[in-house]
Design a protein around this ligand. Sequence first.
Ligand SMILES: Nc1nc2c(c(=O)[nH]1)N[C@H]1C(S)=C(S)[C@@H](COP(=O)(O)O)O[C@H]1N2
Ligand SMILES: [Mo]
Length: 200
Amino acid sequence: MVFEQIQTQFPVEQRTYRMRCVEAWSMVVPWAGFRLSALLEKARPMTEAKFVAFESLLDQKRMPNQIPGELQWPYKEGLRLDEAMHPLTIIATGTYGRGLPPSNGPPLRLVVPWKYGFKSIKSVVKIQLVADQPVTAWNQAAAHENGFYANVNPAVDHPRWSQATELRVGESFRRDTLLFNGYEKQVAHLYQGMDLRIHF
Ligand SMILES: Nc1nc2c(c(=O)[nH]1)N[C@H]1C(S)=C(S)[C@@H](COP(=O)(O)O)O[C@H]1N2
Ligand SMILES: [Mo]
């Protein structure tokens, strides 16, 4: 499927989500997009498919920061299949009533609101259903700091700072960070029985 087909064949919804960066700042962002589940259902996942792997555009001409360094390019991310199928997980195609500006990851950008921002991979050009947990860019760069799950959790600190509070951009006081970024009711069942300190 080409981008135009993907962008137009699924029902677009307006979703205003909290966004919490792993570096303890946050925003509220009005996205437009469609459910990732709608796209994945088209691919009819086989029972062997347990994870979804995402890859971004590699284009050093237009994105000159894509030079080998802290991160390896193209940027990669991944979700467990049940996380990817969750109704809160969207592929954003716009924000603030327009298409995505270049810096926010057009033409297709993942948004997973209960996870730290780095999971929401921008400018996605490849989506694969896979059997094993995929390699992800930040996990590969520093696995002890960036877990595969990266669920927002005020009780599990980053090795270099507390995750208990956050600074909402534009505010002068710190807010308490909420478990699963405030989406606990909707997503906690996905992690039942898992130790969130180990699977951080
Ligand atoms: N392709 C790609 N996606 C990415 C990144 C990136 O470097 N490349 N950075 C991530 C990080 S660390 C964050 S905090 C968010 C930032 O999203 P924004 O630029 O739309 O605010 O995008 C995430 N998605
Ligand atoms: Mo980030």
